[in-house]
Write a protein that binds this ligand. Structure first.
Ligand code: C2O
Length: 518
């Protein structure tokens, strides 16, 4: 097959995406990072030079939603599939574009991607919907005027929401400089993203929530949105006026340009992190029809919708186009309860089954599993769930937390067989073809409900991908505070894999740099 090669230098630099100058993490000097484009079945090869020298940091890149069936070691998760790439070192990822549609890549090292270390990834596959033009990625991301390490350090006590300073579309938005932090350099009217429509044509937009925390509600004034894919899964198209995306999720939509040639409209994305919509910034981009005056801002009116809705659309609505059904009964069921609290030093921690995850950069789990090392479950902070040789797995995930969690599993498109509030009664929704994707929102629970007030999602997958796969909440601050487990899938089939020698070299480089023994 064809090889798509990219050569990237990762560095820090000052940039003003919305007018406020701040330190960002850049790829070849860019934010958002360059777009990866490939055809289904191609090999994607990315050479990463870590040039994070000003404030030295390790790094790694994860290709969100790709299955990595032949190459679990290139999944890009430090402490799981690799050691971090040390400063001044280079590492090459090489993996197959094994699914098609819209996604993104991002750093999986701490909350680095909240500083901008991310970009879009589009894999072209068989056509499953008709449209005239592909407008490409529309990246929605909440934006902060402070760096991720300042934010991560400051999350203490019981505060669960870190309000963002702004909300961007393809890395752009304006900001009212009178509200900028003391001492910040701010340039007014930084500029918005702009799109062109021709009256009567149909457009494909590839929506990506690449934010740190914010749940996005995407609308286009006066236009109907037709969803044709969720994550990497084409679905039976349906119409809506608002698309809800948790962090990590994508929806491909079709939009018919029903306006007149001189019209212009707002594209909007509103943040609804705690489902109450208070003081959360809105992202804007302008759509200009062919004869519109692009020096004027659109005067269109916001579409109204139900704000107090913190979940994805009903799983009864979202039916995959290509049928697949889970096994009648999963071989193994794992309950997972989400909660939060504080540790001994008063810092906030998030937990799954009362245990918070901590990364161990010196000993990636996959490399230990390859050596047949079974002592890893002894470290409780690694949050290892060894599902052994079980052929299929069901995860029953519950929370009573008043915040929604976008739950993401690596290495799989899981089935969402149930979601709701209260206690799951065992009913599976559309067993012959349930909703499928790689990230699903877990609705808010109600801690004040005397009946318990839990919400749940029930996810299933077939163990067809031997490896070590993180299952975590994709909110950057929740991942870095431990809302994360590692699933070991078919360890016997890991031991005989040939792992590239660059994996061990990267760990030696990391040991040299960190001074730890590997
Ligand atoms: Cu998009 Cu584990 O991440």
């Amino acid at each position: 097959g064809v090889i798509r090669s990219y050569d990237w230098e990762i560095s820090r630099g000052y940039l003003s995406p919305d007018g406020v100058n701040r330190s960002m993490m850049l790829i070849n000097g860019q934010y958002p990072g360059p777009m990866i484009e490939a055809n289904w079945g191609d090999t994607i090869q990315v050479t990463v030079h870590n040039n994070l020298l000003y404030r030295e940091e390790g790094t790694s890149l994860h290709w969100h939603g790709l299955l990595q069936k032949e190459t679990p070691w290139f999944d890009g998760v430090p402490s799981v599939s690799q050691c971090p790439i040390a400063p001044n070192r280079t590492f090459t990822y090489s993996f197959k574009a094994d699914v098609y549609g819209t996604s993104w890549y991002h750093s999986h090292y701490s909350a680095q991607y909240a500083d901008g270390l991310l970009g879009p990834m589009v894999i072209y596959g068989p056509a499953h919907a008709k449209y005239d033009y592909d407008l490409g990625p529309v990246i929605l991301s909440d934006h902060f005027h402070t760096t991720y390490y300042e934010i991560v350090q400051n999350i203490t006590g019981q505060s669960t929401v870190t309000p963002s300073d702004n909300n961007l579309i393809n890395g752009k938005m304006n900001f009212d400089c009178s509200l900028a932090l003391n001492g910040a350099t701010c340039f007014p009217n930084a500029g918005l993203s702009k799109f062109k429509f021709t009256s009567g044509k149909t457009y494909r937009l590839r929506l990506i929530n690449a934010g740190a925390e914010g749940l996005q509600k995407f609308t286009i004034d006066n236009h109907t949105l037709t969803i044709i894919a969720n994550d990497f899964v084409p679905i039976r198209p349906y119409d809506t006026n608002v698309v809800t995306l948790g962090v990590g999720q994508r929806s491909d939509i079709l939009v018919k340009a029903i306006g007149n040639p001189s019209d212009s409209f707002w594209m909007r994305s509103e943040i609804s992190t705690n489902c109450s919509h208070t003081n959360q910034p809105t992202a804007l981009a302008a759509i200009y029809y062919e004869d519109a005056d692009t020096s004027l801002t659109p005067q269109s009116t916001r579409t109204s919708y139900e704000i107090k809705n913190c979940t994805n659309d009903a799983i009864t609505l979202t039916e995959p186009l290509f049928r697949q059904s889970p096994p009648k009964e999963p071989a193994f069921t794992q309950d997972i309860d989400i909660s939060f609290g504080t540790n001994a030093t008063g810092a906030m921690v998030w937990m799954m089954n009362n245990q918070s995850f901590r990364a161990n950069y010196d000993h990636p789990l996959l490399l230990l599993a390859k050596q047949g090392n079974t002592s890893y479950p002894d470290d409780p902070q690694w949050n290892v769930y060894d599902f052994k040789e079980n052929k299929s797995i069901r995860l029953v995930v519950r929370t009573i937390d008043p915040l929604s969690h976008p739950m993401h599993l690596h290495g799989h498109n899981f089935w969402v067989v149930a979601q709701g509030t209260g206690k799951w009664d065992g009913t599976v929704t559309r067993h012959e073809n349930p909703q499928r994707r790689d990230t699903q929102l877990l609705d808010v629970g109600n801690p004040y409900d005397p009946a318990g007030g839990a919400s749940y999602i029930v996810l299933e997958f077939v163990a067809d991908n031997p490896g070590v796969w993180p299952f975590h909440c994709h909110v950057a601050w929740h991942v870095s505070d431990g809302l994360y487990i590692n699933i070991i899938e078919r360890p016997q089939d890991i031991t005989h894999r040939q792992i590239p020698s660059t994996m061990a070299q990267t760990c030696r480089d990391w040991a040299d740099y960190s001074g730890h023994n590997v």
